[in-house]
Design a protein around this ligand. Structure first.
Ligand SMILES: [Fe+2]
Ligand SMILES: [Fe+2]
Length: 167
C-alpha cells in the first residue's frame, strides 16, 4: 500500500473516532440539556484544522489531482462530481453548525438547539459515508490504476511534505 494512502486511511480512523465523540456530545445535549459551548467550538476547530485543512486538502492536492490528470473521465467524474462536492457539503454543515452554536449561546432558543443537533448529526453521517467510499472504492481505484512512476512521484512529494512539516 502507498504510504500516502496508509496515512490517509489512518486519518480516516481519527475522523471516525471523532464523529463518535461528537455524536455522544449531541446525545448529552439532547437528553440532559447539557450545552458545552467550548466542546462544540473545539469540535468545529478539529473539523476545520484536521479533517478539512490537513486531510481533505492532502487528498485534493496529491492523490485526487493525480487521478484526474491520469485516469480519464471516470476519475474526473468520481473526483470532481463526487469527492470534491462532498468535501464542500461537509464544509457547509460545519458553517451551519457554527452559526447554530453562536445563536444558541446567545438566545438559548430551541430552534437553534435543533439546528446544532441536525447539522452535527448530518456532518457525522455524511463524513462516514464519504470515508467508506474512499476506503472501499476511491483509494483502491487509485492504487491499482495509477502508473508506477506516478505513484513513485506522489510518494516522494508526500515524503517531502512530511519532512518539511516535521522541521
Ligand atoms: Fe475526501
Ligand atoms: Fe478522506
Amino acid at each position: 500500500m502507498m504510504e500516502l494512502v496508509k496515512t490517509l486511511r489512518q486519518e480516516h480512523d481519527e475522523i471516525w473516532a471523532f464523529t463518535e465523540r461528537m455524536q455522544q456530545m449531541c446525545v448529552d445535549f439532547m437528553e440532559n440539556n447539557q450545552f458545552d459551548e467550548q466542546a462544540f467550538r473545539q469540535a468545529i476547530q478539529f473539523i476545520r484544522e484536521f479533517a478539512d485543512k490537513e486531510h481533505h486538502q492532502k487528498e485534493e492536492r496529491l492523490l485526487f489531482r493525480a487521478m484526474t490528470d491520469e485516469l480519464g473521465s471516470l476519475a474526473v467524474n468520481l473526483i470532481q462530481h463526487g469527492m470534491l462536492v462532498e468535501h464542500d457539503q461537509a464544509r457547509l454543515y460545519v458553517s451551519d453548525l457554527e452559526q447554530a452554536v453562536t445563536a444558541y449561546a446567545q438566545t438559548k432558543e430551541a430552534v437553534h438547539k435543533l439546528n446544532i443537533l441536525a447539522n452535527a448529526t448530518s456532518y457525522c453521517a455524511h463524513i462516514r459515508r464519504h470515508i467508506e467510499k474512499e476506503n472501499d472504492a476511491v483509494y483502491p481505484f487509485a492504487e491499482r490504476s495509477l502508473k508506477p512512476e506516478t505513484i513513485a512521484a506522489l510518494e516522494q512529494e508526500f515524503a517531502l511534505e512530511q519532512q518539511n512539516k516535521n522541521n
